[in-house]
Design a protein around this ligand. Structure first.
Ligand SMILES: Cc1cc2nc3c(=O)[nH]c(=O)nc-3n(C[C@H](O)[C@H](O)[C@H](O)COP(=O)(O)OP(=O)(O)OC[C@H]3O[C@@H](n4cnc5c(N)ncnc54)[C@H](O)[C@@H]3O)c2cc1C
Length: 420
């Protein structure tokens, strides 16, 4: 019997590790090459809607996710000036009952660690994933198209039947296979902040944030702000999006101060400035880039996944979630294929994923203007639309959160998991 396929995954972020785990469970032999000296994630929160939760639960991770999750009860939309509620969408049990999967928040490092451990657990299903750090991929040699070889900055060569470029928005794999230059700077930047929960609890002006966990979006002219609690209330995660300042497009990210954030939101409701003022030194600001929709994700036996092929603005909180959907579909295709039909499996992967991810990419981009309208008739119309809310832009939650991208998803088993 021939040996199972060998896959080299470039990039050990949430997309790459989810792909490694999904392929391991399909019996594939996977090596992950990560540029950084240690695997990890940025110090920030992440939201996973039912579509991503369903993928992760499908790997059998529910007990680990329950341990690290924080569950918001509602999604709340507020107006910048006075905090009045524009719209309220039920999450919590409603999501589990309606979509058979939860809407949960995590610290990124916790989620990353759970997936990493599942990749390398000797008791896990399928061959243990080999993770190699300090391995920056610089090129791909496809002289034998059936055995692509990645080369690293320090001269190592690692070959496989398939190479997966999960190396993020500035993907070297994408460049190596001659991907089109689809990178776009949005003209905005995002402050990312974690505030200690005890500071939030101690102040009556912010105590409401821990009384009921919610996912909150504040809408204002030219800017918005998203926040939610992590680690059961130990941390408040804030993402504050504002027009970009000079230089951020070139530097991509820099350290930031509480004072500059307060200046950006100085006319906003006191609740916003109260929470921002509690941030410590650990504030950063990131240029907001995305990629134009582009359905070319494969060259020979090299395929792209996640931000490498469909980096999107975070205005639907779906970038990592779509990468997880890619991961599960790619593994399903490669797990069912023969060595001879790898090109067919990769073509089917792209056919099953690129239109869907592209629609989410476009809808996230449309939210850029939709979120940031100046006060006036258009904003009032938007708020009315949000009040009778079933999604943002023209992508409904029903479409985004329901069902599964997998051919073999056992939807009933998800139902069962929550009622055990
Ligand atoms: C402010 C903000 C908030 C967001 N919130 C959410 C959210 O709530 N929910 C959600 O689903 N998404 C969210 N996203 C999007 C999400 O963060 C990304 O879509 C997701 O992290 C992409 O995962 P990835 O694995 O494709 O890429 P990355 O996370 O960028 O990982 C790429 C990995 O590859 C490594 N690498 C890069 N180059 C090389 C190389 N040459 N060789 C080897 N390794 C390499 C990197 O070190 C990194 O580990 C948000 C994004 C932002 C900016």
């Amino acid at each position: 019997m021939s040996q199972s396929l060998e896959v080299v995954v470039v990039g050990g972020g949430l997309g790459g590790l989810t792909a490694a785990l999904a392929m391991r469970q399909q019996g594939l032999r996977v090596t992950v090459l990560e540029r950084a000296a240690a695997l990890g994630e940025v110090g920030a929160g992440i939201q996973t809607a039912p579509n991503a939760a369903r993928i992760l639960m499908g790997f059998g991770l529910l007990p680990e996710l329950e341990r690290i999750k924080t569950e918001p009860q509602d999604q709340v939309r507020r107006r910048w000036k006075d905090g009045s509620i524009i719209a309220l969408t039920a999450l919590g049990d409603y999501c589990k009952e309606t979509y058979n999967a939860p809407y949960w928040h995590y610290h990124r490092a916790d989620l990353h660690q759970v997936i990493h451990e599942a990749c390398t657990d000797p008791q896990g299903h399928g061959p243990v994933v080999e993770v190699i750090t300090n391995a920056e991929v610089t090129d791909i040699d496809q002289s034998d198209v059936r055995r692509p070889v990645v080369t690293t900055a320090d001269g190592r060569r690692v070959e496989g039947d398939v190479v997966v470029g999960a190396d993020g928005i500035r993907s070297a794999v994408r460049d190596a296979i001659g991907g089109e230059d689809t990178l776009v700077f949005s003209g905005e930047m995002a402050y990312r902040v974690l505030v200690p929960g005890d500071k939030i609890r101690a102040d009556p002006a912010t105590r409401w944030l821990v009384d009921r966990f919610q996912s909150t979006i504040w809408y204002g002219p030219d800017r918005h702000l998203v926040h939610y609690m992590l680690r059961g209330g130990d941390l408040l995660n804030i993402v504050a999006i504002v027009p970009a300042d000079e230089g951020i497009a070139d530097s991509w990210a820099r350290a930031a101060t509480v004072e500059e954030m307060l200046e950006e939101y100085k006319d906003w409701d006191d609740r916003v400035t109260s929470m921002l003022s509690k941030a410590g030194d650990d504030c950063s600001v990131w240029a907001m880039y995305h990629r134009r929709r582009d359905p070319v994700w494969v060259d020979g036996q090299v395929a792209l996944l996640g931000d490498a092929c469909h980096a999107m603005l975070p205005y639907q909180a779906q970038g990592a979630s779509q990468a997880m959907e890619d991961a599960a579909v790619l593994a399903e295709e490669l797990g069912a294929t023969t060595r001879q039909d790898i090109p067919g499996a990769l073509a089917r992967y792209v056919a099953r994923r690129s239109k869907h991810a592209g629609m989410v990419q476009d809808a996230s981009l449309r939210n850029k203007d939709f979120y940031h309208l100046p006060d006036g008739p258009e904003q009032e119309e938007r708020d009315l639309k949000l009040a009778s809310f079933d999604g943002e832009s023209d992508v409904s939650y029903e479409w985004l959160w329901s069902g599964s991208p997998l051919n073999n998803a056992d939807m009933e088993s998800f139902h069962y998991q929550f009622r055990r």
